[in-house]
Design a binder for this molecule. Structure first.
Ligand SMILES: Nc1ncnc2c1ncn2[C@@H]1O[C@H](COP(=O)(O)OP(=O)(O)OP(=O)(O)O)[C@@H](O)[C@H]1O
Ligand SMILES: CC(C)(CO)[C@@H](O)C(=O)NCCC(=O)O
Ligand SMILES: [K+]
Length: 249
């Protein structure tokens, strides 16, 4: 059975086909702002699949995706009601972003629990999975992109910057100085939050990073144990296999 997995996030919407567990083909992305019936028809032209699973944190786009995919077979939208294989220890489970739930499933399945998963996307999210395993809550902070963009928009003299490793901590240009603030400053944010989370948990807890900016920020941060770029997709696949009753689900 061929599954179409869709991660509908605020910046990019990622698509992947899965026929064999853990192997993704036909992976591509579309800017989320451009998701409409037309772009979907073009992007999915010639791609065959039997069922699809949507993980959306953009309700209007989720509706467009669901309406389109419903014409092409069974569709499941990931939520706290989905067969996650995890408990949820949280006062209002239906308020948790579907991507955060997918990340919790992915990290538990691939790395075990307890764990902290950090997703460096438009926002950076930290999600905690207890030893049970159960989703226990987490942290939402501005993404690295937002940190870079904000100063360029709100000041007269500061430019937009490219988010790359600065050559030294002492910035020798406006751009370099801003890159230190964003990239090195961001690593400090990550270390401090991880330390506070681990302080409230028992024993050794691994931290796994994913999302667009994960490899840049994780560089040299020993508090992050692994970078797993496709963690959200793996979580989606795991849930899809259960929903559509595929072997190994
Ligand atoms: N080709 C790219 N296009 C857009 N962003 C990119 C790209 N490559 C890396 N990035 C970085 O990835 C970040 C966005 O990450 P990602 O694609 O994981 O976002 P997202 O999943 O849409 O975010 P979110 O889930 O928070 O909405 C941006 O801050 C940017 O710095
Ligand atoms: C935090 C984001 C934007 C990260 O993609 C998403 O998970 C979301 O919109 N969540 C809803 C609020 C919450 O998770 O508490
Ligand atoms: K994401």
């Amino acid at each position: 059975m061929k599954l179409l997995l869709i991660d509908n996030s605020n910046t990019r919407t990622k698509f992947a086909l899965s026929e064999q567990e853990g192997r993704f083909s036909e992976t591509f992305w579309i800017p989320t702002s451009e998701i409409c019936e037309n772009t979907l028809t073009h992007a999915l032209h010639g791609i065959e699949f039997d069922a699809s699973l949507i993980c959306s944190v953009v309700p209007l786009k989720r509706k467009v995706l669901e309406d389109y995919l419903n014409q092409h077979g069974p569709v499941h939208a990931l939520s706290c009601q989905s067969p996650l294989g995890l408990g949820i220890d949280y006062p209002e489970p239906d308020k948790i972003g579907a991507d955060r739930l997918a990340n919790a499933v992915g990290v538990t399945d691939r790395h075990g629990a307890p764990a902290i998963v950090i997703d460096f996307g438009t926002a950076v999210t930290f999600d905690v999975i207890s030893a049970t395993p159960a989703y226990a809550g987490g942290v939402i902070a501005p993404g690295l992109g937002a940190m870079g963009e904000y100063l360029g928009r709100r000041t007269a003299l500061l430019p937009q910057i490219e988010l790359i490793e600065p050559p030294s901590a002492i910035g020798k240009s406006t751009q370099a100085a801003m890159q230190v603030g964003a990239v090195i400053g961001y690593r400090g944010l990550v270390r401090e939050i991880l330390s506070a989370l681990r302080h409230e948990m028992d024993g050794k807890v691994q931290a796994v990073a994913t999302g667009g900016d994960a490899s840049l920020i994780a560089r040299g941060v020993t508090e992050i144990d692994a970078v797993d770029p496709d963690l959200t997709l793996h979580g989606l696949e795991r849930v899809a296999r259960r929903v559509f009753a595929i072997d190994g689900g």
